[in-house]
Design a protein around this ligand. Structure first.
Ligand SMILES: [Fe+2]
Length: 233
């Protein structure tokens, strides 16, 4: 597990322990931003070492814990125990939402930015899927796009040829990664998905943070365009 990594403009990431989902071990990552009002906003929180937690607490009061994608809802629970006064926000609940119990949500996210973080973020609820209803964020001060499960990059492992073949077939193998084929299939209304992706591509980002894969620090727009190229005729 790593320390906090600063991406500029009061945006940070921290890696967590691997999570096992659908038979694959996923690297995990959270993003956190110090908002203009001095509070801290955390997306897809992960377990971090105590000194990292201390650094986060020193940034400011933790006001918002956000799960922007159905498979990350469960991650809010441990941080809710640590910070019961923080507001909990989730993407829309779907049949694939991964949760152990219902949490006391302040709100369910859609395409409208809550006033609490409107000074720092734009957001888009990616349309077209009944299952993966994921919210993308654009952190304006650092010009960074935040995605979660919709776009993944899994580095091949030298001793795992079958896994590597599965990753390639699944469309998420490094170095380029992509939108997993099962996720692509879930986007039944591709016009709605394309319109969402177009709105995301209209944001002025040059970096991308994904939950499962390396931080993309340059050329991010071309990478995202390529990852969603299957939406184009
Ligand atoms: Fe995930």
């Amino acid at each position: 597990m790593s320390k906090l990594e600063h991406l500029g403009g009061d945006l940070f990431v921290a890696d967590g322990p691997p999570a096992r989902d659908m038979g694959i071990h996923f690297p995990t990552r959270m993003a956190l931003a110090k908002l203009s009002d001095g509070s801290v906003w955390i997306s897809s929180p992960v377990l971090v070492p105590f000194d990292t937690l201390t650094s986060i607490r020193q940034m400011g009061p933790i006001h918002h814990l956000v799960s922007p994608t159905p498979r990350h809802y469960w991650r809010l629970k441990a941080w809710h125990v640590l910070f019961p006064e923080a507001e909990l926000w989730s993407s829309p609940i779907t049949p694939v939402t991964l949760k152990e119990e219902d949490l006391p949500l302040t709100g369910v996210l859609d395409g409208r930015v809550p006033g609490a973080w409107a000074a720092d973020f734009d957001q888009e609820l990616i349309g077209g899927s009944r299952l993966l209803r994921e919210v993308a964020f654009f952190h304006r001060p650092s010009r960074t796009l935040l995605l979660e499960d919709v776009f993944q990059v899994h580095a091949p492992k030298p001793d795992r040829p079958l896994l590597n073949a599965a990753l390639r077939l699944g469309g998420i193998a490094g170095p380029d990664g992509g939108v997993a084929r099962d996720i692509r299939l879930s986007f039944r209304d591709r016009t709605a998905t394309r319109e969402s992706v177009d709105r995301i591509l209209a944001w002025d980002f040059d970096k991308v943070v994904v939950a499962h894969g390396p931080v993309i620090r340059e050329g991010a727009r071309a990478v995202v365009e390529k990852a969603f190229g299957w939406l184009r005729p």
